[in-house]
Design a binder for this molecule. Structure first.
Ligand code: IYR
Length: 225
């Protein structure tokens, strides 16, 4: 072992009985099956500690070489949300006017998306997720980050799951391109914005697309060898 390697005992809990494991797996499936991406949010406030706890959970995700190549900006400022909405809608206008290409725009039809993004100003929080393409030391020198998209994807999954567990809804929003978020939020050019998570309570009249209920069955997504 290299001299840098030090380890501490895991001290795992007693293994669960097979039937309890299955129950727990099925219970979690039931819980996650009630998660739906929504586009209509209530303006009801959500306290910062809730958001902090969920982002701390995202920070527990595994990552390439434990480099944790992510940064989250939680935006609650109305002015900033309005700026993000304005910039995002400019880009969506170009996208839906044909910039996205016919095939892409057609694929989105069953999901009811469009240019208008009122949720960007209604929801109490926008969490902007940045991927750190490389690391920067205090002296400004750079070091490589490994498996950045995979790591940030896993952390985002943890975050979405934590938000749902805390009783909140979210919408994964990806205006394209998103470069404007660096200057707006003062993030360095080493970071690439990958997603805006719109977070809050759903509006009482929120709906979700019928098309989104068509999940691939386990037999299609799983092969056991
Ligand atoms: N960014 C656009 C388009 C969009 C793209 C995908 I892929 C989606 O799953 C949903 C929307 C928008 O937010 O409308």
């Amino acid at each position: 072992m290299p001299p840098e390697y030090k380890a501490i005992p895991l001290n795992p809990p007693a293994p669960m009985a097979d039937a309890d494991m299955e129950r727990a797996g099925i219970d979690y499936l039931a819980k996650m099956s009630t998660r739906h991406t929504v586009r209509e949010f209530s303006d009801q406030a959500v306290p910062l500690p809730v958001i902090e706890a969920c982002i701390a959970t995202a920070g527990r995700a595994p990552s390439g070489a434990n480099q944790q190549p992510w940064h989250f900006v939680a935006v609650q400022s109305s002015e900033m949300k309005a700026q993000i909405r304005k910039a995002a809608e400019v880009e969506e206008e170009a996208f839906y006017a044909g910039g996205g290409g016919d095939e892409w725009i057609k694929a989105l039809e069953p999901l009811g998306t469009g240019v208008e993004k009122p949720h960007l100003t209604t929801a109490p929080w926008l969490i902007v997720i940045f991927a750190q393409r490389y690391g920067e030391r205090a002296d400004g020198s750079r070091y490589k980050h490994y498996y950045v998209p995979e790591s940030v994807g896993i952390a985002t999954g943890f975050l979405i799951s934590a938000l749902h567990h805390a009783g909140l809804s979210c919408l994964t929003h990806t205006p394209n391109p998103m470069k404007f978020l660096n200057s707006l939020l003062g993030r360095p050019k080493s970071e690439k914005p990958v997603m805006i998570l719109v977070v809050g309570h759903p509006d009482k009249a929120a709906v979700y697309p019928v098309a989104s209920t068509a999940k691939k069955p386990i037999r299609e997504i799983l092969t056991v060898r």
